[in-house]
Design a protein around this ligand. Structure first.
Ligand code: ZN
Length: 126
């Protein structure tokens, strides 16, 4: 069968739980970093080259932070679906998401077909 059993659901919940902790730590670290960057800038000790480098770095980490926050939301939503018993159903077509996909991407809210349609074209990020 291609439908998650209780044991699978337990595994998936664990995976989501670990990822949640990881993502929260990453987002927290990013916030701290932004704070310390801000303080360094306030101190006015950097020259123009430093500023450019710092702006680039903070743009990068802002992107990373944004991705982390997005994923965090997805993971939280998946955990809520686990609690409410709707986990593993595609949000778009309500068909069960194949177990194979869930094990690779426990936070997936849609089957591969619906996700691809939603995104239009494959995205090439990073
Ligand atoms: Zn679907």
């Amino acid at each position: 069968m291609d439908v998650p059993t209780q044991a699978h659901l337990k595994t998936l919940r664990d995976l989501l739980g670990y990822r949640l902790v990881e993502l929260r730590a990453e987002v927290h670290a990013a916030e701290q970093e932004r704070q310390s960057l801000g303080e360094a800038a306030d101190a006015g000790v950097s020259d123009r080259k430093d500023e450019a480098m710092k702006a680039q770095l903070s743009a990068l980490s802002a992107q990373q932070e944004e991705r982390d926050r997005d994923e965090l939301r997805e993971v939280e939503a998946a955990l809520r679906r686990l609690d409410s018993g709707t986990y593993g159903d595609c949000e778009s077509c309500a068909e069960p998401i194949p177990l194979k996909r869930l094990l690779v991407q426990p936070a997936a809210a849609r089957c591969a077909g619906c996700q691809a349609r939603l995104e239009g074209a494959p995205r090439f990020t990073s």
